[in-house]
Design a protein around this ligand. Structure first.
Ligand code: G6P
Ligand code: MN
Length: 417
């Protein structure tokens, strides 16, 4: 039976993970779930809630919490990581400061994503080193953003097994299943790109190609990108490509909004945690549906299940390229469709690349790899190169002062610089 450690368990997403594990109790027999967090207040609220929640679910599993990685990791089979260094307060700075320079701050795709990586990567490396030490055979199931950059950094510095996850890769499947009323297992597609910068195409349904009419129905689910543009491209993009395809409009909207996403979440979380703390409450708060991370537990548990049961599932995951995408480096981590079994993730071959998006993907990957290197080494020159290489920035005169201001704003979380 399995032991699962959840790092950053004080996250409001933890109960969804518990719910998913409970739903899979027949195929994924878990004996023990350990909750770990540095925020002891949130940790104790979450431990209390999860204990009531497993009772409500009739789920027979031992739940306990600790602030010690050694205790949490010893004998663990899976270590799920969902940390946010500096919390949503730091996210708000990521969102607001770039906007003063006319740039999108957004916590992954935007300029904020680079500083998010700078804060999270050193801590994730420490965590992974402890995984190496206390449970070297365990899989790290990572959801900490920016997930692909985190995965690339761990691959570079540590000797651990890591799956970088995001629900976004499975979304075209879920969209098609809903839009066309077809079971999701019948839907496959080619998947090219990176986390939050990717394109799905050549979709098949029950082995036959999707019709144009069906395609039009599926893309209606992608609400952030122009329908007309998706028809033209004939690709299903990540929702996050909106920041590239509609940059000016998004900058304008972000300037006009009265609260950033991070600010909205600080408020949402107050409500969510009041409900978690309520000792009479043993069910998931409704407000949780307003967070964007839904679907993660489905993907995380899908991966654990496929590894544990050697079931050979098709899933989109962040893994080392190793020749999968010929125009990117081998050690670059990409988000790609994989065959998942007890041996881990094996990327599937991609037959052709839509030319219209190759440039964008290459440019974003270049920025990302520079940012990963800068996050690991604390080299400021590399950080500047990364920022100027970022296709949403590109302008040296803007990047130079922006970098200084961001490094200063986040300095308590950037020991490497
Ligand atoms: C999506 C993305 C995640 C991201 C989340 C944000 O699920 O794929 O990478 O963390 O949205 O949700 P939030 O509620 O924090 O804005
Ligand atoms: Mn994501």
């Amino acid at each position: 039976k399995l032991k699962i450690a959840i790092v950053g368990a004080g996250s409001s997403y933890t109960p969804e993970l518990i719910e998913g594990l409970s739903e899979h109790r027949e195929t994924l027999p878990v004996k023990e779930i350990v909750l770990l967090d540095i925020n002891e207040e949130r940790l104790s609220i979450m431990e209390g809630f999860v204990k009531r929640y497993v009772g409500y679910l009739n789920y027979d599993v031992k739940v306990w919490s600790t602030t010690s990685r050694e205790e949490a990791f010893t004998d663990a089979d899976f270590v799920s990581t969902q940390i946010r260094v500096g919390g949503n307060k730091a996210r708000i700075k990521d969102e607001k400061i770039p906007l003063k320079y006319g740039l999108i701050g957004q916590e992954t795709t935007g300029v904020g994503g680079m500083f998010n990586a700078f804060r999270v990567i050193p801590v994730m490396i420490e965590i992974a080193k402890d995984v190496e030490k206390y449970c070297p055979d365990a899989w790290i199931i990572n959801y900490s953003n920016p997930t692909e950059l985190v995965t690339e950094a761990l691959n570079k510095v540590c000797n651990v097994k890591v799956a970088g996850l995001c629900a976004g890769g499975m979304r075209p499947r879920w969209w098609a299943a809903e839009a066309l009323n077809i079971p999701e297992e019948k839907i496959y597609y080619d998947y090219l790109g990176l986390n939050h910068m990717n394109f799905s195409y050549n979709m098949t349904i029950d082995g036959r190609p999707i019709t144009d009419e069906e395609f039009s129905k599926v893309i209606k689910k992608c609400t952030t990108v122009s329908q007309e543009w998706m028809e033209t491209l004939h690709l299903i993009p990540s929702q996050y490509t909106q920041y590239y395809f509609h940059t000016k409009e998004r900058v304008q909207q972000l300037k006009e909004q009265d609260k950033t996403r991070g600010e909205a979440i600080l408020e949402l979380e107050k409500q969510i945690f009041r409900e978690y703390a309520d000792e009479l409450n043993n069910q998931k708060p409704k407000t949780l549906a307003k967070r964007g991370g839904g679907g993660y537990s489905k993907v995380a548990i899908g991966v654990m299940d496929a590894i544990y049961n050697d079931s050979g599932k098709w899933m989109v995951i962040n893994v080392a390229n190793n020749g999968t995408v010929r125009f990117l480096d081998d050690d670059a981590v990409i988000e790609t469709a994989c065959y998942v079994s007890k041996n881990g993730m094996k990327p599937l071959t991609i037959a052709h690349y839509p030319k219209a998006v190759i440039g964008l993907i290459s440019a974003v990957k270049t920025y990302e790899s520079l940012a990963v290197e800068a996050a690991i080494t604390g080299n400021k020159k590399l950080a500047l190169e990364a920022l100027v290489a970022h296709p949403l920035v590109r302008d040296y005169d803007v990047a130079k002062p922006l970098l200084e201001e961001m490094l200063e704003a986040h300095k308590e979380y950037l020991p490497q610089f």
